[in-house]
Write a protein that binds this ligand. Structure first.
Ligand code: F3S
Length: 284
């Protein structure tokens, strides 16, 4: 059997940076360490960090009650309110927000201050989008994810509309939604803030999936970028399997397969990718 492993599989720059920052603090002996939300969408990594004493805070109330320690902000970033609470409580803050996400915060803040309407193309429930929203005037901000929502969009926008995107959004879908909104005649600036890491990973996954008999996509169940990778691959290759770790892999599915492609979402550690690759290779 031939295996094609995507070069772009696994941790992107921002996630690697955030995870490294947590391990750095552990090595320095800093205690207690908290992350605001799980540092990445990967249960294995989060479990390992918990075993090393890192606690996850996942709501504002718990953060409000925190009076000492170090809080690490993950690559998804957070709203301004979270920084305000951390500063108010004099807690040590390690900001691991990905610089590409920080750029979106800056855009949204500046454009919102110019009284523009803000559209965030993305998933309203995703923590990155929640964070982005927290830098803009909420009454002027709309999150759009679907064609239906784009078609429905109708506001008074005398100062224009600024469109940004969640970093992990699918580029073609972003373009489609922007085109729908553009037709409404607003004065628009549309900034493609999709991260290159995502575009490259998606393009490579699509290419590999179109060339193989079966495709394995590895990533956390809650990872939106892995889910998108899966959708893209499934369109190209009917035999696409979404697994979280090696345990989910049923090697029977690959019995009569000549070529297997492997890719992984941005939060998947190398260790897991290597394990999967090794097992598929050894089995056939
Ligand atoms: Fe940053 Fe792009 Fe990763 S925005 S967190 S490098 S997917």
């Amino acid at each position: 059997m031939h295996i094609k492993l995507a070069k772009t599989a696994g941790f992107c720059f921002g996630v690697k940076r955030a995870v490294d920052k947590v391990y750095e603090q552990i090595e320095k002996g800093v205690k207690p360490i908290y992350t605001f939300g799980p540092i990445i969408h990967n249960e294995e990594v989060v479990k390992d960090l918990m075993e090393k004493g890192v606690k996850v805070i996942d709501n504002i109330n718990d953060l409000e009650n925190l009076k000492h320690g170090t809080v690490i902000i993950r690559s998804h970033g957070v709203s301004k309110e979270i920084y305000d609470i951390i500063n108010r409580n004099h807690i040590n803050c390690i900001d691991a927000t990905c610089p590409f996400v920080l750029k979106i915060h800056k855009i949204v803040k500046e454009e919102s201050e110019k009284n523009k309407k803000i559209i965030i193309i993305g998933n309203d429930k995703h923590p990155e989008v929640e964070g982005i929203k927290g830098w803009s005037d909420l009454s002027n901000t709309t999150v759009i994810e679907s064609v239906k929502e784009a078609e429905k969009y109708s506001v008074e926008a005398p100062n224009g509309v600024c469109i940004v995107s969640q970093t992990t959004f699918n580029y073609n879908k972003f373009k489609e939604l922007v085109e729908i909104i553009e037709k409404k005649g607003y004065d628009i600036i549309a900034l493609n803030t999709i991260c290159n890491a995502t575009e490259e990973r998606q393009a490579e996954a699509k290419q590999i999936a179109s060339e193989v008999d079966a495709m394995i996509v590895i990533g956390g169940r809650n990872s939106s970028n892995t889910q998108k990778l899966f959708e893209i691959c499934k369109k190209e290759c009917e035999n696409t399997y979404y697994i979280q770790t090696l345990v989910d892999l049923d090697l029977n599915d690959f019995q009569s397969v000549g070529n297997v492609g492997i890719t992984a979402g941005a939060s998947t550690p190398n260790k897991i990718i290597e394990e999967v690759q090794k097992n598929v290779r050894n089995e056939f």
